[in-house]
Design a protein around this ligand. Structure first.
Ligand code: NAP
Length: 467
């Protein structure tokens, strides 16, 4: 990948152009900031470099639109005519494209900043409908889907960096992410699209886990991170058909806002008032809450582990926290007939949740005195980087207890370590995360999920080595 003054080599990735090609990238060599260039060559030297590359027989030259007319075609070298706009995706994309195509282009390449999710579809429509092969990329994290779905919309190639810390354009993914996570080179027009909607979305581990599951199961599908700001949720969901969306994971801040967009809801969604999954089928939009179902399954399996009764009915459960996770899990526990106490740092929030679900409220300072048989941590206490914190004191844990920590990064939180030291039965956040993703996979595909593969991928993805 060209950077600054280094040789004119770029990485272009695509079904037709996989791997390293000899591409002279004019915009990266010049000093013209309008093109996003990082080089310091004088304009005359930049043009000389491109002409030299052509005469030396480069496979492609990447020429900015403004100088394309003064760099003539020669020999076998193909011409990528480029435009970069780091501020916006202009309204007149079609006119710009027509102007560029007329500059003796073998390929038109347009990279613009996405300022809203709908910019992506305007760009992808242009790519799909163009007669000249076109690479249309939206930059920024809002634009990431255009990079991943290049093959679906008919781009001849897409772009990636050698390393995620050396991105040359905002939102660029590394070659390893594009190949190992997204299998971008296997994406075609027939590939079904799934994804997660969130804001922010960059931290989500769901793409890692779901794409690994699709690949393992041999399913022609890709799972894409869609950053959808709150105010664009309606627009985005209205465009589901054009994206060829078959299913979505839904997370912060959309879990409640999606409710009135659903045509059907499962029992958990209706009771909790939040959905974390949407399945699209024709006009139907079915909402599910796999967080709650996964948490209950995990707890019941832990109960069954030592041959004890598998029912939560009548058990005293203490839920720490009163946010989204607490709401889903407390609802599930009440449904199962448990006696639920809620303790949260902010008493009013705990009271509101307890009133709604008919639970008891316990002052945060008095949480150790509840005599809980089931303890569920739904606070972020113990989460990376605060790994030396626990929301519950070790000496109040008893071997008869089930301790469920929803925090999954790290898997072995201080609370989990305390619980193991006290011989409690333990449910980890990884178990819940994988189980909720596995339930989504079943809803998305109708098939049983490869849970081991998903868990292994998640653990590796959270490890110290990140690409
Ligand atoms: P949330 O809606 O923001 O709620 C967080 C709750 O934790 C609030 O009640 C908050 O109290 C409390 N809290 C925050 N910091 C605290 C502290 N230092 N001491 C005591 N209480 C504190 O978050 P959420 O979506 O429910 O997520 C909570 C946790 O669940 C996260 O760690 C998340 O990773 C985990 N989770 C795991 C899974 C999974 O699949 N494993 C799924 C969902 C969530 P205030 O009201 O006082 O702020």
């Amino acid at each position: 990948m060209a950077d600054g003054n280094r040789p004119a080599v770029n990485v272009s990735l695509g079904p037709d152009l996989l791997g390293l090609l000899r591409v002279a990238a004019g915009h990266n060599q010049g000093g013209d900031e309008r093109d996003g260039g990082k080089g310091s060559l004088a304009e005359s030297d930049r043009q000389l470099l491109l002409r030299t590359a052509i005469s030396e027989g480069a496979d492609y030259v990447d020429i900015e639109e403004d100088i394309a007319a003064s760099i003539p075609r020669f020999g076998k070298t193909k011409r990528i005519i480029s435009l970069h706009n780091f501020r916006q995706t202009p309204a007149d994309l079609e006119a710009i494209h027509a102007r560029m195509a007329a500059l003796d282009a073998d390929i038109v390449k347009i990279a613009t900043m996405a300022n809203q999710p709908s910019d992506n579809l305007r760009m992808l429509r242009l790519v799909r409908e163009s007669d000249v092969p076109t690479v249309g990329i939206c930059m920024g994290d809002l634009g990431m889907p255009t990079r991943i779905l290049a093959g679906k919309f008919g781009m001849p190639f897409t772009f990636a960096t050698f390393h995620h810390e050396r991105a040359l354009a905002p939102g660029q993914l590394s070659f390893a992410q594009m190949t190992e996570t997204y299998h971008y080179d296997q994406i075609t027009a027939a590939t079904k699209v799934f994804g997660v909607i969130a804001d922010p979305v960059g931290h989500s581990l769901s793409p890692l886990v779901h794409n690994a599951a699709f690949a393992h199961a041999g399913i022609d599908a890709v799972y894409v991170p869609f950053r959808v700001p709150k105010e664009h949720l309606d627009d985005f969901l209205a465009s589901a058909d054009e994206w060829d969306l078959h299913g979505l994971s839904v997370t912060i801040p959309h879990k409640e806002a999606v409710l009135d967009k659903l045509t059907e809801r499962d029992e958990w969604v209706a009771g909790i008032g939040a959905a974390n999954t949407i399945v699209f089928e024709g006009a139907a939009r079915r909402g599910y809450n796999t967080d709650c179902a996964a948490a209950m399954e995990s707890l019941e399996l832990a109960l069954a582990a030592d041959g004890a009764a598998t029912t939560l009915a009548g058990k005293t459960a203490l839920v720490l926290g009163a946010g989204g996770a607490a709401k889903a899990i407390a609802f599930g526990l009440r449904q199962r007939g448990a006696d639920v106490a809620i303790a949260s740092r902010t008493l009013d929030r705990a009271k509101q949740l307890a009133d709604r679900l008919d639970c008891r409220v316990v002052d945060w300072k008095l949480r150790h005195g509840v005599g809980a048989q089931v303890l569920v941590n739904c606070t972020p206490v113990g989460m990376h980087p605060n790994v030396d914190e626990s929301p519950f004191d070790k000496h109040h844990l008893k071997p008869s207890m089930i301790v469920f920590d929803t925090v999954y990064n790290p898997e072995s939180t201080l609370l989990v370590k305390y619980a193991r030291e006290q011989s409690c039965r333990v449910v980890t956040g990884i178990e819940m995360f994988v189980r909720q993703a596995a339930l989504q996979f079943k809803l998305f595909t109708g098939k049983e999920a490869p849970m081991e593969v998903m868990a292994e991928t998640l653990r590796r993805g959270m490890g110290p080595v990140r690409y």
